[in-house]
Write a protein that binds this ligand. Structure first.
Ligand SMILES: *[C@@H]1O[C@H](CO)[C@@H](O)[C@H](O)[C@H]1NC(C)=O
Ligand SMILES: *[C@@H]1O[C@H](CO)[C@@H](O)[C@H](O)[C@H]1NC(C)=O
Length: 538
């Protein structure tokens, strides 16, 4: 990188020495950090002895491996009854939940009744009509605890809400129900969705279906987990700092964070939908890419799907301008592991072959500020953590909770205490600085991507960590959060398993409203590399 801005004079000896010294210190920090990460892994492997690893058992019924759109089609064609499908997934949840602890409340009886009603409708209506009006008719789905579902627990993972049930459906759940979806239940989250693991004092910890010693990510962690474990074919997540993509990555499934502002927010956590500007988006989660666009249409509405996203338009892959980047540039995040570079380069090489334009490597210099920028923007959200943690009855005070936690008397997890500390300690960023940096980065990326470009970007420096290891790697989530700061659409794409049988993947990023490009590239990657690989042998 060329530096010497301004002065034309040759640098003084002192400047040369200072620069050399700072480079040495930087490199030393990177090595020490890498060594530390390595020691954390050695410790985790010792602490979480291999003999404690559990994997969810194989499915007995092949229906459990079908995509949501394929189940919908079979139900419409009367090849299978909705009741059979719903009962099949309920039985699977009962089988796997003692291992993964993903589903925190269920409405199985209601689901079976609804499925029976669907089977009566199917018998009397034309297939075409049903496809148009109710694309997910008879298909079971789940969502996270924080997304309101009428009559179902809506605890946000805090004890003060342990018996609270939602009075009405959130807008996104209402839309999927109107499209024929049948709710099976809700899934685990961290308190108020604000951590990268899914654990709380009410429902405990959710375990990764590929290795129960590892996290499922957060905040839609229970959701990604139950889908990967074949307990649900379809889910609705929400993403304010990676909350759809991080767990989808960690559990090896597809997820899409739409361009900001397209999905309704009423009923996500306790939002009314009238809050105005926000980084949060609801979005589809599934094992199969073909489910994402149909569910996205349902969530944002047909009008926006056609007018704003042109979801029906063909995407000629050969004409795409594909670029990639392999680092965030924040040295506080972990170094990129070889097993995460490999899927990125596999995707790069694939597009090198199929697109006419060469795949370019880019570097966006301000990305290293993601952590600070996200912190700036999250404080602008109508989601005041210490207030929400008290169930809107005051504020939870960090200095009171810390000693309580040390004596095992706090009602909150360590993650919540850490977030309280961050709110109490981190400086508030200067608005002019934060907004200028954000805007210039949006401009830079939008110009690079243009009308026809996508960015391939690592999901994370490393695959699913052991439980609690994220506490010593708090900066890694910035690989996801950057795209909340920039409000861009992103599809999380699973790219198979690493040598230890843990999912790896990449993010596919588009310019604003270019969701269809992300989805088209994700579809191509599924076709080329197989996408979701179940945790068990098939
Ligand atoms: C894991 O635990 C089992 C049983 O407790 C023990 O036999 C084995 O040696 C342990 N493995 C390691 C690597 O510590
Ligand atoms: C924990 O929550 C319970 C029930 O909400 C409450 O009665 C208790 O006082 C809380 N404990 C602390 C230490 O705040």
């Amino acid at each position: 990188m060329a530096e010497t801005k301004g002065s034309k004079e040759p640098p003084s000896t002192k400047q040369v020495v200072c620069r050399a010294l700072s480079r040495v210190l930087l490199q030393a920090f990177i090595w020490i950090h890498q060594g530390f990460d390595y020691i954390v892994d050695i410790f985790c492997n010792w602490w979480y002895n291999e003999s404690k690893r559990q994997i969810v058992p194989p499915v007995k019924d092949p229906l459990l491996l079908e995509s949501a759109v394929s189940l919908a089609e079979k139900i419409r064609k009367k090849e299978v009854r909705s009741e059979e499908v719903v009962k099949c997934f309920i039985a699977r949840i009962r089988e796997v939940n003692p291992i993964i602890n993903a589903v925190t409340d269920e409405c199985f009886d209601e689901a079976i009744e609804e499925a029976q009603a669907v089977d009566a409708i199917v018998a009397s209506r034309s297939e075409e009509e049903l496809k148009r009006e109710k694309p997910f008719l008879g298909v079971p789905f789940t969502t996270k605890d924080s997304t309101a579902c009428k009559g179902v627990l809506h605890t946000l993972g805090i004890q003060a809400r342990k018996d609270v049930r939602a009075d009405e459906d959130s807008e996104v759940v209402a839309r999927l129900k109107a499209a024929g979806g049948i709710l099976l239940g809700v899934t685990n989250i961290p308190e108020i969705n604000m951590w990268c693991e899914s654990r709380n004092m009410l429902h405990g910890q959710t375990n990764n279906p590929y290795d129960t010693r590892r996290t499922v990510g957060g905040s839609s962690g229970g959701e990604a987990c139950v889908i990967a474990a074949c307990g649900s074919p379809l889910g609705i997540g929400s993403d304010i700092g990676g909350s759809i993509r991080l767990p989808c990555f960690t559990c090896g499934i597809f997820g899409h964070k739409p361009t900001t502002g397209l999905t309704p927010t009423r009923g996500l956590t306790l939002r009314t939908g009238e809050e105005g500007r926000t980084m949060v988006s609801a979005g589809p989660m599934s094992r199969y890419v073909q489910d994402l666009a149909p569910l996205l249409r349902v969530l944002i509405g047909e009008d926006k799907a056609v007018k704003e996203l042109q979801l029906d338009d063909e995407v000629p892959l050969a004409n795409l301008q594909v670029v990639y980047s392999d680092a965030l540039g924040d040295i506080r995040a972990s170094a990129m592991r070889p097993d995460m570079m490999e899927p990125l380069m596999r995707a790069v090489n694939h597009f090198q072959e199929i697109s006419k334009l060469p795949v370019r490597k880019i570097h966006i210099k301000n990305m290293k500020y993601t952590f600070r920028l996200w912190h700036y923007w999250i404080l602008k959200e109508p989601c005041d953590f210490s207030y929400e943690l008290s169930n809107r009855k005051g504020r939870v005070d960090f200095w009171r909770e810390l000693p309580l936690k040390l004596f095992g008397m706090s009602n909150f997890t360590l993650a919540a205490i850490v977030r309280l500390a961050m709110e109490a300690i981190l400086p508030v960023e200067a608005p002019a600085w934060a907004e200028e940096k954000t805007n210039s980065m949006v401009k830079e990326i939008t110009e690079i991507l243009g009308e026809n470009g996508v960015l391939l970007f690592p999901s994370s420096p490393m695959p699913a960590m052991h439980h609690y290891a994220s506490f010593v790697r708090p900066y890694n989530f910035a690989y996801f959060a950057i795209f909340n700061v920039l409000n861009l659409p992103v599809t999380q794409v699973p790219m198979g398993l690493n040598a230890e049988g843990i999912p790896v993947g990449i993010q596919v990023v588009g310019a604003p409203n270019k969701d269809r490009l992300c989805l088209a590239v994700a579809k191509e990657l599924q076709k080329a590399f197989g996408g979701y690989v179940p945790p068990f042998p098939v």
